[in-house]
Design a protein around this ligand. Sequence first.
Ligand SMILES: [Zn+2]
Length: 52
Amino acid sequence: MDKEWHQNHRLDADASRQERVAWHAVHEEVCHCRPAPKDLAEEIRLYKNAAH
Ligand SMILES: [Zn+2]
């Protein structure tokens, strides 16, 4: 796992759904310590397809 990335990208327990989607979209690119939740997978795909 990318410890340094995680230290710089903390996901708050009370993060909004959009914040979680954004976090996991980046996370699955840089680190594979755990998979994104299945219920966010489609939103993550859409997020990645959008211009950012
Ligand atoms: Zn990770």
